[in-house]
Design a protein around this ligand. Structure first.
Ligand SMILES: Cc1cc2nc3c(=O)[nH]c(=O)nc-3n(C[C@H](O)[C@H](O)[C@H](O)COP(=O)(O)O)c2cc1C
Ligand code: SF4
Ligand code: SF4
Ligand code: SF4
Ligand code: FES
Length: 642
């Protein structure tokens, strides 16, 4: 393609070969759905369409992740947009003969609202999707993730053509600055400003880089975008390169993302073939090429200077940033690093204008944000929401609230170095500054919901453990400081905390925040600081009363059978792996505390109608009963009477 007109001609050619009324079956073949059998479902559709002689009348394609992975494999049938969840290969013949051929809906495959029992036929009617604003991942279920034609058919590369052929680099820069797009990878730094600094930095050779390291545990936003819609990232990167004056880009992606790597390599090859990457893109005279660099998967490699060091082929360790990487980055050349989602936001900003983008959001946080919504929440998955939405709406309207009738306790945002936000702040609007002000942060979009059974001291300990493991060890405040913090937190959760521990933790937190070399160490204390801010009583209960209020810390609880509730059904005694239940026929069962390993099995298996096993913390366990006291008198009498 050598011009804007060529791109339009190609698009029209692709569209002219398509019939919008022709049934099209989209099968999510993202990593999540593949793990639940989407590969077999896809194969079954291909075989069924062939065997029913429908090859010319029906299209079927593998697509990216629309977000509701826990209900996968997901299948959407267009043009009616009928959405089926948890589809199995055995359902495929019926879907083809009933829905595709006869337009009949198969009720059992629809989404059912667990609260109201209502079914939803269309994807857009499912409450999980209804309250989202999916400008980035919305096309994932519509586009064949391996097809450049599909991307072009849905308007792909229009933004690039506009940028290269109708705008100067300065105009592109101005539009991105006007959009107030802020980095989606963690810090929320204004993207336009970063590009501007690199553009004005000295030197002819400059680099643009995609950060697809995505090391936060449980996060998969970037994977879903790269796997599902790789061209959107390449298009954004090329626009950015043009604005910055760069002719070479890198995509740094963790090697644990094989499908993302596969799809992005196909996308690069196709884009080169179509003249959308390489020399003289779209006849504009602008040259740009992209290389994929596979990362070894260390969390710290996502940090900008560590990532750039790794790109140079060295061990991925952070380095001091006396001079910003936009001035001296990879091989000391000006380098712009942006997150996958940041780059994917660029094409629509250029195509539709910054005014379109700033329609969404708060004063200082514009556009949408993708979150990975997980934890103690009814609907888990990827959600894309407009900035400014409240946490309450995400958790209850989209997430469907807390399962099993449990109470909400807190929501952890911002990844391992983020913080916990308590119930009383649920009306907080989601935005970079709003979350930081509340003691947490946006991070790259992790959102973990915690319920009443979660111990907040243990949450802090868990994240400190992760960060201690991931610390590269280069500087003392991080290497030693957070290790010491972890030691103290671990002692507290084991009931060995002592007065003064909180103050010592605060001191260590202050030193790490001030003196660590990179943001991993500087933000490592956040999980502790935010849980202390909102749940100080839990720290004090652990230290002063040796009590875990959430009844979660193993060393601080005892399992106890309430004599008046036990009906001697013998289930717990049969299931106890440590032989720690003193049982017997028609005898109240008791836990032998010396043998008990606190595995919790008896608590789980005691039938709900008895609920005789309880957890105690901070109080002495009542003494065991004598043999006489253990006899279940009432049941014996009833047995005799009959
Ligand atoms: C320890 C650590 C890990 C990070 N991991 C990532 C990551 O996986 N992906 C990412 O985009 N940014 C990550 N960041 C943030 C990057 O350093 C950088 O700020 C970001 O990629 C810039 O892009 P943005 O401006 O588009 O957000 C990490 C930062 C730190 C300190
Ligand atoms: S703060 Fe931690 S991760 Fe960063 S350089 Fe120092 S030791 Fe390494
Ligand atoms: S907690 Fe585990 S080990 Fe202890 S009594 Fe119950 S089942 Fe046995
Ligand atoms: S399972 Fe519950 S009711 Fe049954 S013997 Fe054990 S404690 Fe008693
Ligand atoms: S991978 Fe299919 S819905 Fe997420």
């Amino acid at each position: 393609m050598c011009s804007h007109q060529d791109l339009e001609t190609v698009r029209q050619e692709i569209l002219s070969k398509r019939d919008s009324k022709k049934p099209c079956i989209s099968i999510c073949t993202g990593t999540g759905c593949l793990a639940s059998g989407a590969g077999e479902v896809m194969a079954a559709f291909t075989a069924e369409i062939e065997s029913q002689g429908l090859k010319a009348d029906v299209d079927a394609k593998g697509t990216g992740c629309p977000g509701f992975c826990e209900k996968g494999p997901i299948v959407v049938i267009y043009p009616e947009e009928i959405c089926y969840l948890e589809v199995k290969p055995e359902d495929v013949a019926e879907i083809v003969s009933q829905t595709v051929k006869e337009n009949k809906v198969i009720e059992r495959l629809l989404y059912v609202d667990s609260a109201t029992g209502e079914k939803a036929i269309h994807e857009s009617d499912i409450p999980f999707y209804k309250n989202q604003e999916r400008t980035i991942i919305g096309n994932n279920i519509k586009i064949d993730s391996k097809s450049i034609d599909d991307y072009i058919a849905f308007g792909g590369y229009t933004g690039l053509a506009k940028a290269l052929l109708k705008m100067t680099p300065e105009e592109v820069l101005d539009e991105v600055k006007k959009s107030n797009l802020r980095g989606r990878g963690g810090g929320g730094f204004p993207t336009g400003r970063k590009w501007e600094e690199a553009r004005h930095a000295a030197g002819d050779i400059k680099y643009v880089i995609v950060n697809a390291d995505e090391g936060d545990p449980g996060a998969f936003m970037d994977r879903a975008v790269l796997e599902g819609n790789p061209h959107s990232v390449l298009e954004g990167l090329t626009i950015g390169a043009y604005a910055v004056g760069s002719h070479e880009g890198f995509l740094y992606v963790r090697n644990e993302y094989p499908l993302a790597i596969e799809n992005v390599l196909i996308a690069i090859e196709k884009a080169e073939e179509y003249g959308l990457l390489g020399k003289n893109i779209l006849g504009s005279g602008f040259d740009f090429s992209v290389k994929v660099h596979r990362g070894a998967g260390a969390f710290v490699c996502g940090e900008s200077s560590a990532l750039m060091t790794a790109l140079e082929g060295k061990a991925g360790e952070p380095r001091p940033k006396y001079v910003h990487t936009v001035v001296k980055g990879v091989w000391d050349r000006p380098s712009v690093l942006n997150n996958v989602e940041t780059w994917a936001n660029v094409p629509p900003i250029i195509e539709k204008g910054s005014d379109w983008f700033t329609r969404y959001g708060t004063e200082k946080s514009k556009g949408t944000k993708i979150f990975s919504l997980v934890g103690k929440i009814t609907n888990t998955g990827l959600v894309e929401v407009p900035m400014g939405i409240t946490l309450n709406d995400i958790i209850y309207k989209i997430g469907g609230g807390i399962p099993d009738g449990k109470k909400f306790k807190a929501v952890q945002t911002g990844g391992p170095s983020g913080g916990c936000i308590p119930e009383r702040l649920l009306d907080l609007q989601v935005g970079f500054d709003e979350l930081t002000k509340a003691g947490s942060m946006m991070g790259s979009g992790g959102m973990i919901v915690l319920d009443e059974d979660t111990c907040m001291v243990d949450v802090a300990r868990y994240f400190l453990e992760f960060l201690t493991d991931e610390s590269c060890g280069k500087c003392v405040p991080c290497r030693e400081g957070i290790r010491q913090m972890l030691k103290i937190l671990t002692k507290i959760t084991k009931g060995k905390g002592k007065p003064g521990d909180i103050e010592l933790l605060q001191e260590l937190a202050e030193v790490a925040s001030e003196a660590a070399l990179c943001a991993l160490g500087r933000s490592a204390a956040n999980p502790f600081l935010s849980t202390l801010q909102y749940f100080r009583d839990e720290y004090e209960a652990h230290i002063n009363e040796k009590r875990c209020p959430a009844l979660a810390c193993k060393e601080l609880i005892n399992y106890y059978i309430e004599p008046e509730k036990c009906k001697a059904c013998t289930t717990c005694a049969r299931k106890c792996p440590a032989d720690a239940i003193i049982g017997g026929k028609n005898l109240i069962h008791m836990v032998d505390q010396d043998k008990c390993t606190k595995c919790g099995t008896c608590f789980e298996v005691c039938p709900d109608r008895f609920a005789a096993v309880t957890k105690l913390s901070g109080v002495p366990v009542p003494a065991n009963l004598s043999e006489d006291q253990r006899v279940i008198v009432r049941e014996v009498r009833e047995a005799k009477a009959s």
